[in-house]
Structure formats: structure tokens, C-alpha cells
Design a protein around this ligand. Structure first.
Ligand code: 5GP
Ligand code: ZN
Length: 120
């Protein structure tokens, strides 16, 4: 796919060149467990297409972004997060250096499960 970055670790995960524990996949979206979880449930939800960060989104991204947001709570429950309101989950999208982003491929952390968590 031409919309992938050959040097990007998450593009390599989408392509299967780096193994991952898959949570979900469709034509546009991919979800996999974070390699260093902070919470009992911690997976990453990403567009398959290489987009560096949330700062790079354009109006053309609105449709899959909306789908991603609707998908997140469903996957959170499937992965073992407890139901709202006693349970729930946290969704985080670090953006840029001051936002704490380490991997430059847009991703949302979805974290949940019984506390305490390792971080947060
Ligand atoms: P950021 O700090 O960019 O928001 O988060 C990057 C996340 O990606 C971190 O939580 C880190 O553990 C995760 N991560 C980095 N490399 C890999 C990898 O090769 N496989 C998986 N599953 N997660 C990774
Ligand atoms: Zn990428």
C-alpha cells in the first residue's frame, strides 16, 4: 500500500512484518494490545493508513474517525473492561512532542479494567 511509511513501526504491524496481538481489523482500522500495558486492558486503535498524528487529520478523515469512536466502547467491553458507569475506560491520543507522542503513527490508547493501574 502506498499510503504506508516503510520506516514506521505501526505500519509494519499493520503489514504483519512485526507481530502483534490483534484485537480487531477491518479495511481501514486495526487494533492490537499495547506491548507495555498500563492497565489490565490496554490496546491501541489505529488507522491502517499512515497518518503521523491527530494534528494531520483532514475533513476527509471524518468518516473513519467517527467509526473508530463508535467502535472503541464495543472493543473495550469485548476486551474485558467493565460496563459504564462503574467500569468504563480511558481513551488517550498523545499528539506531538509536548503531547507525549512517541510513535509517529496516529493511535488511540484504550485502557480499562479494575484499578490500580500501573500508570494513570
Ligand atoms: P505513545 O507514547 O506514542 O502515545 O504510545 C506508543 C505506545 O506504543 C506505547 O504505549 C508502547 O508501549 C506501544 N508500542 C511501541 N512499540 C510497540 C510494538 O512494537 N508493539 C506493540 N504492541 N506496542 C508498541
Ligand atoms: Zn505508520
Amino acid at each position: 500500500m502506498s499510503d504506508q511509511d516503510p520506516n514506521c513501526i505501526f505500519c509494519k504491524i499493520v503489514a504483519g512484518q512485526i507481530p502483534s496481538r490483534k484485537v480487531y481489523e477491518d479495511e481501514e482500522l486495526y487494533a492490537f494490545h499495547d506491548i507495555h500495558p498500563w492497565a489490565p486492558v490496554h490496546f491501541l486503535l489505529i488507522p491502517k493508513r499512515h497518518i503521523a498524528s491527530m494534528a494531520h487529520l483532514a475533513p476527509a478523515d471524518e468518516a473513519w474517525m467517527g467509526r473508530l469512536m463508535v467502535l472503541a466502547p464495543k472493543l473495550a467491553l469485548e476486551q474485558g473492561c467493565n460496563p459504564y458507569p462503574e467500569g468504563g475506560f480511558r481513551m488517550v491520543c498523545n499528539t506531538g512532542i509536548e503531547g507525549g507522542q512517541e510513535v509517529q503513527h496516529l493511535h488511540w490508547h484504550v485502557m480499562g479494567g479494575p484499578r490500580p493501574w500501573a500508570r494513570g
